[in-house]
Design a protein. Structure first.
Length: 121
């Protein structure tokens, strides 16, 4: 592959009529773009953000649900209602990973709280 100079690149653009092709395609792209969301403006923005306590509560509920599903799956396997050990193990692992992540988050929050309490005013 040869290294081309700026002059030879410019001559290639002129020879292959690349400028008109770019202008034509640029206009077609602008026609395809939908700017209706931009016309609504900033006033239509809805604040759907959660507070930290709401986020924490939702996370705890999800972890609890995963724990319940894992327990139900274990009971079904133990009673013979389910013979799918793979699904049971998957549910147990999901619950375990979620619990470990929640525990790590708890430790980080406690560390942050302790550090704030150590601050001198």
């Amino acid at each position: 592959m040869s290294i081309e100079t700026v002059g030879s690149s410019a001559s290639l653009i002129k020879n292959n009529n690349a400028e008109s092709w770019v202008k034509k395609n640029d206009l077609e792209v602008n026609k395809m773009l939908d700017y209706s969301d931009l016309k609504k403006g900033v006033n239509s923005y809805q604040d759907n953000s959660k507070t930290f306590s709401e986020f924490l509560e939702d996370s705890l509920i999800k972890v609890n649900d995963l724990q319940k599903k894992a327990n139900e799956s274990i009971e079904k396997l133990a009673t013979g209602k389910s013979k799918n050990i793979h699904e049971t193990l998957l549910m147990v692992e999901k619950a375990d990973i979620a619990f470990k992540a929640m525990n790590q988050m708890r430790l980080k929050v406690l560390d942050a709280y302790k550090e704030v309490m150590r601050m001198q005013v």
